[in-house]
Design a protein around this ligand. Structure first.
Ligand SMILES: [Zn+2]
Length: 445
């Protein structure tokens, strides 16, 4: 008792029995991860080492969110790890407290026995060597994801080849995917080179003519039909927040028809926006028709114009569409909460949030649970390599357990309810929002 009191005064909920119970329970949940960016194994970005292209310690940091706020040195011309490490290591010193750095630490500690805060040059060399040898084949990453991170299914966003639906997803038993529709919104003209993410590429590959706006809408329908046919697509995803405001007006079809086929230079900003606005509403209605929940990146991207409140008219105007607001709307977590409180067709997806800002994520879980039923919150790891997926998963399990334990200690909920909520957020809610995931479950419990 004295020990527990002392720990509470000292302020670390993780030292309490309540936390330990909740954490143990959350750790055991076979998780459903609603968002990642895992490429097919042979397409993982690799560095040019003297032995050939390899996944290195540098690939891992460069492919993590650490590189958003700290410089990760490029792989050196002489191709040696030591050269890279000597240039790269000073930057970690200023990043020790950041969530973008800390979320990766569980992977180095748990798989490689290394405390990255105190890593020596010799340890860095060994760590790199072990990463290189682990990536000799895909078995390592499959084990990390399914056994160590205990993820049963992940919903993958293949932004590297969005419309090449036969080839863009890794072929593994834990894989589900989304149709990333970002390029469908902006496709008024074929001039933007988008490779296999282009609807014009899709039309050509499938021998469809694409001369008018009606042709374009028919191609979009064909893309949706293809998404159904590949059987692992369970929803839609938009990253428009990286490009423009999230305020989408309801625009008549004629305006989009007028903009279609015009080169970008021939359109005013308003005409361009109207085309995109029309398409976004159109996709929201197709989402309802096809039963695809619509995942929308909200919050930190372009920052200006990414406040989730800007989506209120779209959400209200499409009551049959399920909207999953990504990243908790960071930093607008309260705004995301009120949208979910006001509109029954909104779910909050907290993926990425514990990595963006751990403290805010913990507060967000507590505030959202005050505002909305506990079956409306989802999570995802949002990473590109198994180590990052593991780190993000551990970090989320810990953050959620801390948030719930604090509520139990304050007597706002009972421990048994906290354990139930932990299971909902890590697994059950995703199966409710994306019912087709239920047919892909494989773990025998
Ligand atoms: Zn993402």
């Amino acid at each position: 008792m004295i020990a527990i009191l002392f720990c509470l005064i000292a302020g670390d909920v993780k030292e309490t029995e309540t936390y330990r119970h909740i954490r143990e329970s959350i750790d055991q949940v076979s998780a459903i991860d609603t968002h990642d960016h895992l490429r097919p194994f042979e397409l993982l970005p690799r560095d040019a080492t003297p032995e050939g292209p390899r996944v290195t310690l540098r690939s891992q940091w460069a492919g993590s969110y650490f590189s958003w706020t700290s410089r990760v040195e490029p792989w050196p011309d002489d191709r040696f790890f030591d050269t890279w490490w000597n240039l790269a290591k000073p930057v970690f010193k200023n990043a020790r407290a950041t969530s973008f750095y800390r979320y990766m630490l569980p992977a180095w500690q748990d798989f490689y026995g290394i405390n990255f805060d105190t890593i020596t040059d010799e340890q860095a060399r060994q760590l790199n060597q072990q990463i290189v040898s682990n990536y000799a084949n895909a078995q390592w990453q499959d084990d990390v994801i399914t056994e160590r991170a205990r993820i049963e299914l992940m919903v993958n966003d293949p932004y590297w080849g969005r419309l090449d639906l036969d080839n863009c997803f890794p072929k593994t038993r834990y894989m589900a995917g989304v149709l990333n529709v970002t390029t469908l919104v902006t496709g008024h003209h074929s001039s933007r080179s988008m490779g296999t993410s282009s609807p014009y590429w899709f039309a050509e590959k499938n021998g469809m003519k694409l001369d008018s706006f009606d042709d374009y809408l028919a191609v979009v329908n064909a893309i949706f039909d293809k998404a159904v046919a590949v059987r692992i697509v369970v929803g839609l995803k938009s990253t428009q927040a990286y490009e423009r405001t999230l305020y989408f007006e309801e625009v008549p079809k004629e305006k989009a028809t007028q903009a279609f086929g015009k080169k970008p230079a021939e359109l005013t900003e308003d005409q361009q926006k109207h085309f995109e606005d029309f398409m976004f509403w159109h996709l929201a209605s197709l989402a309802a028709k096809y039963g695809f929940p619509f995942q929308i990146h909200t919050g930190q991207a372009r920052v200006q114009g990414s406040n989730p409140m800007l989506l209120a008219n779209l959400i209200q105007g499409n009551p049959r569409t399920k909207f999953c607001l990504f990243h908790g709307g960071y930093p607008w977590i309260g705004e995301t909460g009120v949208l979910a409180q006001r509109f029954p067709n909104v779910w909050i997806d907290s993926n990425w949030l514990p990595q963006l800002n751990y403290t805010m994520a913990k507060r967000a879980y507590q505030e959202w649970l005050d505002a909305i039923p506990s079956n409306r919150i989802l999570w995802g790891a949002d990473n590109a390599y198994a180590e990052g997926i593991y780190g993000a998963t551990i970090t989320t399990r810990q953050c959620l357990a801390e948030a719930l334990a604090e509520k139990v200690i304050r007597k706002e909920i009972r421990e048994e309810d906290a354990i139930h909520i932990g299971r909902q957020v890590m697994r059950e809610n995703a199966l409710e929002v994306f019912p087709s995931l239920k047919t892909m479950l494989w773990r025998k419990e």
